[in-house]
Design a protein around this ligand. Structure first.
Ligand code: SF4
Length: 335
């Protein structure tokens, strides 16, 4: 189902000279891990260790594991480079989905009709599907704009859960978005940030889904959290410690602004976020995640008390109730 381009990986001089390698895969690719480990072990002398831990993005590098286990290289499959790692060399290997999506493109055209121009994006796995879908939509008379490479993305059309600059760059040109991805995670980021109707083309379920209802549900939870935070006195800012999620400066700024509003604020360090970790800290009314900006959005209901992004702290403390403010929900600037 996927193209791993292992021949190219094994030609990389860092791979050829490595003595011990940690392989990282997102959960959706872990079923290929043993085959890949065999292939690498058979073709180079390095010892190969497969990381079992969850791997949510290019931000999530097994640097500590590599140091502890004496590995001199990480090969990180399934994501593009997100963060420069100075401690251990990292080879990022994007992995591409190999099947045609023409039938799903046809389904989308039937649903979309002639509502206007479509902004087209995909996760890195489906980058090679973009030209086929774009071509089919155009041949059916649907104007298409593909998001351009920007920010932390490496390909035209690519979207990350925390990086939707490709969508923002074409939002004024389109009437809605189509995001090719398994699950709603990436499409939701596009919909929240642009305010435009967004459809997901899900190759794994063979479905086209409109996210309008999901967006309304998420926004109502976000506003509920913001309003509750406004009335709260005690905050906990959680700093991620994964290499691409370590936002200490952001956390310190958030803490300062909370304290200057007369509220109490504590800092916490967290590796793998989970609502259970917050249970012992009963005196904290509101948690703020200074790590992956999607944690607060995806996990909100599990926490049982408000969890905000840093950007939402600004909205909460400003007293704003302007729905348009939520477009910046993934914004990590905090002045
Ligand atoms: S959305 Fe979160 S997990 Fe995904 S790349 Fe961004 S920071 Fe990492």
């Amino acid at each position: 189902m996927y193209e791993f381009n292992l021949d190219d990986v094994l030609l990389n001089s860092m791979v050829k000279s490595a003595r011990r390698i940690i392989l990282q895969f997102p959960d959706g690719l872990k079923s290929y891990a043993l085959k890949i480990a065999d292939e690498i072990s058979n073709r180079i002398a390095a010892e190969v260790i497969v990381s079992m831990d969850p791997c949510y993005g290019g931000c999530d590098l097994a640097v500590d594991d590599a140091k502890r286990l004496g590995a001199d290289l990480i090969i990180h499959f399934g994501h593009t480079e997100f963060v420069k790692c100075s401690e251990i060399p990292v080879v990022y290997v994007p992995v591409f989905f190999k099947f045609s999506l023409k039938d799903l493109a046809k389904k989308f055209v039937e649903i979309w009709g002639f509502r206007g121009a479509v902004g087209l994006l995909s996760t890195v796995q489906h980058i090679e599907n973009l030209s086929e879908v774009e071509g089919f939509l155009s041949s059916c008379g649907v104007p298409v704009h593909v998001g351009l490479k920007c920010g932390r993305v490496k390909f035209n059309g690519q979207v990350l859960g925390c990086e939707v600059c490709g969508a923002m760059g074409i939002a004024d040109l389109v009437d809605g978005f189509l995001v090719i991805s398994g699950g709603d995670f990436h499409g939701l980021g596009v919909a929240l940030s642009t305010g435009k109707t967004t459809y997901v083309m899900d190759p794994f379920r063979g479905e086209i889904r409109c996210l309008d209802n999901l967006v309304m549900r998420v926004l109502s939870v976000r506003w509920n959290n913001i309003v509750r935070a406004r009335e709260s006195k005690s905050f906990g800012v959680m700093v991620g410690v994964k290499p691409g999620q370590c936002k200490l400066n952001l956390a310190l700024k958030v803490k300062r602004i909370i304290e200057s509003s007369g509220r109490k604020c504590y800092l916490f360090s967290v590796r793998d976020f989970s609502a259970d970790l917050t249970l012992p800290f009963r005196d904290i009314d509101v948690f703020v995640s200074a790590a992956c900006p999607r944690i607060a959005i995806e996990e909100a209901e599990a926490y049982g008390k408000p969890i905000l992004t840093p950007y939402e702290v600004k909205i909460a403390l400003s007293g704003s109730m302007n729905p348009d403010d939520m477009r910046g929900i993934l914004n990590e600037e905090f002045e």
